[in-house]
Design a binder for this molecule. Structure first.
Ligand SMILES: [Zn+2]
Length: 166
């Protein structure tokens, strides 16, 4: 975004424009964070379900219960299966892998939320000076063949040196 700082009126309208853009961005980021938090809640309730199924699987002495749990998580455990303890192990293994997968999904979503929250905290940083409140004007002085470059810090006209637009 470019800011024409030629007149006071322009600066005022540029500032308003920058604030409107930041407000829109803020709402989008908040919405996204909200969606991700909902997703985490869903995943956590799935995790609780797996935990309770695991508990039942550990203690169940009933082949039909195990078969039902197996069906619930997409395993075809036959009622007549002779190896009762083997089906228990298969179900435990599948539940553990499911939980691991959920956990890594939750962690990656939490990481995304962290990034978004960081973005949120930077949303009203002045787009003109990047938050420093000053703009460096570069001037070249020529003396004969010798050119020196001077850097003059000037107060940012968009944020009036505050570094933030709101
Ligand atoms: Zn500024």
């Amino acid at each position: 975004m470019q800011y024409n700082v030629s007149s006071k009126k322009n600066i005022k309208s540029n500032l308003n424009e920058a604030i409107i853009i930041a407000d829109i961005r803020k709402n989008r980021v908040l919405e996204e964070i909200n969606l991700l938090n909902q997703k985490i809640l869903e995943l956590k309730s799935k995790m609780n379900l797996y935990d309770s199924l695991y508990e039942v699987t550990l203690n169940s002495k009933n082949q039909i219960t195990l078969r039902d749990i197996g069906n619930k998580i997409g395993l075809n455990i036959s009622k007549s299966q002779i190896h009762f303890n083997l089906s228990r192990e298969i179900i435990k293994d599948k539940l553990e892998r499911n939980k691991k997968r959920l956990l890594s999904q939750i962690m990656s979503i939490e990481k995304n939320i962290k990034y978004l929250e960081e973005e949120l905290s930077n949303i009203y940083i002045c787009p003109s000076c990047g938050g420093s409140g000053t703009i460096i004007k570069i001037q070249h002085h020529r003396e004969g063949r010798h050119v020196t470059t001077m850097k003059h810090p000037q107060e940012c006209s968009l944020c009036k040196g505050k570094g933030k637009i709101k």
